[in-house]
Ligand binder design. Structure first.
Ligand SMILES: *Cc1c(COP(=O)(O)O)cnc(C)c1O
Length: 417
């Protein structure tokens, strides 16, 4: 049975002022009436990031790791400083465990292409969950096809909760890798990631955690978790597009061959043989997104300045409030998010196509995501074509949820009656 939903009459967390936070985001000055509930797809950018990137180009910009001149040394310092910020943000043991990439998708593909062939053979198994984003399905599926390995899917139960007992039963000595999301981008379910890692490690499997939805909204400590890989996209964490991080335990990264090759990742090149750099540079072929990395560092500073505990508390209260408000509306069906649901609420209005709901909500100034959310196998399991998804950011407050509920009600009146 589903746990009774918590009731939230007020979603205000002491000391956290979303209205003040909102003033740090220029998009809301341009669009004062906007109710932005699509941070799960990409978060808006604070002034500190937008202005900081421009400032970096104006004052410290040059290529990195190359020049002997002082400007290049300064740019390199700024770039490496961002790496240190990402290390501290994840509480990784060493900044050499932080690889700058274009996003979570690229990070997962790197592990699939580099770690995969080096460590897997025919008959081995990779386990994912049934609430994964396509980015954490397709790279493993293709890897399995190439190597003759098997993709195993661990289920969530009818209440939306990850089924630990089923997971444990599916684990076997053949399981080489468990790749699971920290928070579902469709249902907001928080997976019991610490326990998953513990159980997987006990059978000798490595664990990759897709942290896209968790990292911007709750404390993450990769050493406490003990995961082997943790990936996230910068643009969902209030940073620039085209940035992302692969965290990998140093011994794991050290054992992996390069994926892409070229400049910046070599020690020496002869026509007969090339020697590669150690991690992380081994995995950063070519000129990186230098300004993007600097911007990501500023975004992480911004999130830290608000406090991740405070953000989690704020968004959790607001999630409860949203579930409560939406479930009061007749004909609204909420996709079950399990006992621990954070910042994401997916729903449908009976008999109304999600795209129609999205269009009506937009006419009310409410921006949500509609469709399959890059999780078609999950939609198939839920027996629906898609959902309307509201996802929260640090700038959202109760008033935004009230306007969402009002617009959903208006939409229902339009179509259902
Ligand atoms: C957005 C998202 C991804 C993919 O991130 P990109 O930025 O598109 O690479 C992967 N997993 C989850 C859970 C996501 O929400």
């Amino acid at each position: 049975m589903a746990a009774a939903p918590l009731r939230f009459e007020k979603a205000t967390v002491r000391g956290f002022d979303p209205r003040a936070v909102r003033r740090e985001f220029p998009i809301f000055t341009t669009h004062p009436e906007l109710v932005f509930l699509d941070s799960g797809a990409s978060a808006q950018k604070p002034r500190a990031v937008i202005d900081g990137i421009a400032e970096f180009y104006r004052t410290d910009y040059a290529n990195v790791h190359r020049g002997v001149y002082s400007l290049s040394a300064r740019a390199t310092d700024r770039f490496e400083e961002a790496r240190e910020k990402a290390r501290a943000f994840l509480n990784a043991a060493d900044e050499r465990e932080i690889v700058f990439l274009r996003g979570a998708t690229e990070a997962i593909n790197l592990v699939a292409h580099s770690w995969g062939p080096a460590c897997l053979k025919a008959g081995d198994e990779i386990m994912i969950s049934d609430v994964e984003h396509h980015s954490n399905i397709v790279p493993w599926q293709m890897l399995c096809e190439r190597l003759g390995a098997r993709l195993v899917v661990a289920p969530t139960d009818a209440t939306g909760q990850f089924d630990l007992a089923a997971f444990e039963a599916l684990l076997s000595p053949r399981t080489r890798l468990v790749a699971v999301t920290h928070i579902s981008n469709v249902t907001g379910t928080l997976l019991p990631i610490a326990r998953i890692i513990e159980l997987a490690h006990a059978t000798g499997a490595k664990v990759l955690v897709d942290g896209c939805q968790a990292l911007p909204r709750m404390p993450v400590d990769v050493q406490a978790l003990g995961c082997d890989f943790y990936v996230f996209s910068g643009h969902k964490a209030y940073g620039p597009t085209g940035t992302g991080i692969l965290y990998g335990r140093y011994d794991a990264l050290q054992s992996m061959p390069p994926w892409q090759t070229g400049g910046g990742m070599i020690l020496s090149v002869e026509y007969a043989k090339t020697e590669f750099q150690d991690p992380p540079h081994r995995f950063e072929a070519g000129t990186p997104d230098i300004a993007g990395a600097v911007g990501l560092g500023l975004a992480l500073d911004f999130v830290e300045s608000l406090g991740r505990e405070a953000i989690a508390e704020h968004e959790q209260a607001l999630t409860g409030y949203a579930v409560d408000q939406l479930s009061r509306i007749p004909d609204v069906q909420i996709a079950p998010g399990g006992q621990h649901q954070l910042s994401i609420v997916s729903f449908n209005i009976d008999g109304v196509h999600p795209h129609d709901v999205g269009t009506v909500l937009d006419q009310h100034g409410v921006a949500v995501r509609v469709g399959h959310h890059c999780a078609q196998p999950l939609m198939e399991k839920l027996g629906i074509a898609g959902t309307v998804r509201a996802s929260l950011g640090v700038y959202n407050d109760e008033e935004d949820i009230d306007r969402l509920a009002k617009a959903v009600e208006a939409c229902r009146e339009m179509f259902v009656r």
